[in-house]
Design a binder for this molecule. Structure first.
Ligand SMILES: [Zn+2]
Length: 334
């Protein structure tokens, strides 16, 4: 096997192999830049890319947010391999957010390299779980790569969120769920709407991203804070999903006026939806994660059965140590 070299570049990774260079999740003047998904920490310097490959959903989300893109972009489709510079590239669902992708690179000497980006090995109500495929080299995220990170069953987390929303609304309060505008916000909206609760989207960026979800067949029903229906929904009592409560409050002030907004905010409680909230259950957060937990990372790696694993992000150092203890060759890129 020729020498394979991986280097970090910002929050992205560059792979060198047999005179070829691929950049993952960072814009560089390389042969090809592969973007796994549209979260901000995976899309730096995109306009610098020579050419960029991403799913239609990711490209549309980037465009909706006004991210500058290079002239040359290619749309990747799940499970449809393409040949690029004599390398077969297959885009696989990563289960993290709409359009999120893992990339399997197959070189003509038989080497298989899997880059996961961020992934989730559990179904959510709006995203399908990532499925492992065999690779010789695994380049995996390790956000929750330490044994204390074990998430409850997702259905139980959904139930906790719904129960809290109902309890707050029954007491005349407004529950505000703080969630990333891409992925988690749409899952929160879907979970609450499925229970028949009225949901208000608290930020324009959530509306823009949700439009992309809707265009790709995800049914999301909610009242936009920018719409005429917003003041009635607020007065009636509704759950709010917001990526930025401060911006939401400013918008509520514009809708209801400063006095009524201040009054209403006194009856509003904020709950963060994040895997990190595992330590804060019932103290202002619910552990709804778009990433897989430690057992999920271990199980996924075992199923890929790589000869070597490179770990990045979050608990990369700890995860590579645990993999080594379990008998895998593993290296932290952090
Ligand atoms: Zn992400």
């Amino acid at each position: 096997m020729s020498t394979l070299k991986l280097t970090k570049s910002g929050s992205g990774i560059v792979l060198h192999y047999r005179e070829m260079k691929f950049a993952f999740d960072v814009g560089l003047h390389t042969d090809v830049t592969l973007i796994s998904h549209a979260h901000a920490d995976h899309v730096s310097n995109l306009a610098c890319s020579g050419s960029l490959v991403a799913t239609a959903e990711t490209l549309e989300t980037l465009a909706a947010r006004g991210e500058p893109l290079p002239q040359c972009t290619s749309t990747a489709k799940y499970d449809e391999p393409v040949e690029l510079n004599h390398v077969r590239i297959t885009t696989l669902n990563a289960g993290h957010v709409l359009g999120s992708a893992m990339f399997l690179l197959e070189f003509d000497d038989g080497l298989r390299v899997l880059y996961t980006g961020d992934y989730n090995a559990v179904d959510s109500v709006v995203h399908r779980a990532a499925r492992p495929v065999h690779a010789d080299v695994l380049i995996t995220e390790a956000t929750y790569g330490s044994p204390e990170w074990v998430f409850p069953e997702r259905a139980n987390v959904h139930k906790m969120i719904i129960d809290k929303a109902r309890a707050e609304l029954d007491e005349g309060r407004i529950p505000l769920f703080k969630a990333y505008s891409l992925g988690k916000a749409q899952e929160a909206i879907a979970v609450l709407q499925r229970e028949g609760l009225e949901v208000l989207s608290g930020n324009r960026v959530i509306d823009d991203v949700s439009d992309v979800y809707s265009r790709h067949g995800v049914d999301l029903r909610y009242v936009s804070l920018g719409s005429e229906a917003a003041s009635e929904a607020l007065e009636r009592g509704c759950a709010i999903v917001s990526s930025s409560p401060n911006h939401t409050y400013s918008a509520v002030e514009r809708v209801l006026g400063p006095e009524r907004a201040r009054d209403l905010w006194g009856w509003t409680n904020t709950y963060t939806l994040s895997g990190w909230a595992l330590r804060e259950v019932n103290r202002g957060g619910f552990p709804l994660s778009a990433h897989t937990d430690f057992p999920g990372l271990m199980g996924f790696t075992e199923a890929v059965a790589p000869r070597i694993t490179y770990c990045f992000a979050g608990n990369a150092g700890k995860f590579s140590s645990h993999l080594s203890l379990a008998g895998f060759a593993a290296v932290s890129l952090e």
